[in-house]
Design a protein around this ligand. Structure first.
Ligand SMILES: *Cc1c(COP(=O)(O)O)cnc(C)c1O
Length: 383
């Protein structure tokens, strides 16, 4: 366990990892742009694609402290992190259990690439213990989960999955993007590897693309071998932007938790809304699990319009922008049917519980009356 676990999250966001150049009394980490480094006096060659530059190490220290992990690799995107973990730890003949309701990019990667490499997989029918147990095979090597899930915010019991993995000698992996390290720390619940799309909450301003892998130093060393070959490393300038962003991560996410809670309560009472999916609502199917494993319920929620046309509704919004991606300081809305789940057939979408009336909100840090006012005027649209 990391010794930094004892400091508060806001403090870790602001301070952990900052590199002080002894020759310059500045209080921020300098941006070292070099991609060529002198080698005569260094044991190890430094190079961005070796994941060992100062600006990369600063990010890893900061996020590892927030996730209570020993070590990590900062990557050029969330998908670079996810594909590197899968390719780095799986081999031909292995089988993987993926949780139902994976992020679209991960699902596409799994379907397009794994079979070619002789890696088989199952997708669970649900998210209960029996669903995971039923998917295990003698050659299963890994369980991979995502909670809260996209776009229906289902909550998988992380500790339950970690225990199944331990009992069967499997590696457990979680995509912790939706929760962010502020709301959920899977390492504490027994998960082996945590991945994030840092494009979302960690970046938080809808202006950088990055990812991160976190685990023990031993596992990170193993994954790093594949990372060097695939080459999905992050440049110094983006590392510096990410470092600055994370200084306000806990502030932002706490505000987003609070705003999303208010939006969920508001929508649940609105006559034009037939359903709200938010883990913080007592009516959420797995609310009790969420209470146990999350310290905040996050800024993501989904809802179904009762009668209104979803496209007209989105056009009527002023402050809230219809946009893909999530986790920024601004509130955005998107239709899974028109974006992430566009390529699924109607019956596949039905199986996932997604229809054209469903909209997903990524709630930002604006003043809550302004967010509610915008939703209110759009919900009063004439049909
Ligand atoms: C966006 C996202 C990813 C992929 O991240 P990129 O940075 O776009 O590559 C993976 N998982 C989840 C849950 C995401 O939201």
């Amino acid at each position: 366990m990391n010794h930094l676990q004892s400091i508060g999250k806001h403090t870790a966001c602001v301070h952990t990892g900052t590199y002080r150049d002894s020759r310059v009394p500045g209080i921020n980490t300098p941006v070292y742009t070099s991609t060529a480094f002198e080698y005569l006096d260094n044991e190890e060659s430094i190079y961005p694609r070796y994941f060992n530059t100062t600006n990369q190490e600063v990010i890893v220290k900061k996020i590892a402290a927030l996730e209570h992990a020993e070590n990590g690799l900062v990557m050029s995107s969330g998908m670079a992190a996810i594909s590197t973990v899968l390719l780095g730890l799986l081999k031909s003949g292995d089988h993987v259990v993926f949780q139902k309701g994976l992020y679209g990019g991960t699902f596409h990667f799994v379907v397009a690439e794994l079979q070619k490499l002789g890696i088989s997989y199952s997708i669970t029918k649900g998210i209960e213990e029996d669903d995971f147990l039923a998917a295990l095979r003698p050659n299963t090597a890994m369980i991979y989960i995502e909670t809260p899930s996209n776009p229906l915010l289902s909550i998988t019991d992380i500790e339950m999955v970690a225990n199944i993995a331990k009992e069967h000698g499997l590696v457990s992996v979680i995509d912790n993007t939706f929760a962010s390290p502020v709301n959920q720390n899977p390492v504490d619940l027994g998960i082996d590897i945590v991945v994030h799309s840092a494009t979302k909450y960690l970046g938080g301003h809808s202006d950088i693309c990055a990812g991160i892998i976190l685990s023990t130093s031993k596992r990170i060393a193993e994954i790093r071998k594949m990372a060097l070959n695939l080459g999905g490393s992050l440049n110094a300038q983006t590392c510096a932007l990410l470092e600055r962003s994370i200084k306000t991560l806990a502030l932002r996410v706490n505000q987003q938790n609070s705003n999303a809670g208010e939006v969920a309560s508001y929508l649940r009472k609105h006559e034009q809304v037939s359903r709200v999916y938010y883990p913080g609502l007592k009516t959420h199917q797995n609310h009790n699990v969420a209470v146990r494993q999350m310290s905040g319920f996050g800024g993501m929620l989904s809802f179904e319009l009762r009668n209104l046309d979803p496209v007209k509704f989105q056009r009527k919004l002023n402050l809230i922008k219809p946009a893909v991606s999530l986790g920024g300081i601004e509130t955005t809305i998107c239709s899974p049917t028109m974006t992430s789940h566009r390529h699924l057939t109607d019956s596949q979408r039905k199986e996932e519980g997604i229809n054209e009336k469903l909209l997903r909100l990524s709630v930002g840090i604006e003043d809550i009356p302004d967010i509610l006012q915008d939703l209110d005027q759009a919900l009063s649209l004439d049909i």
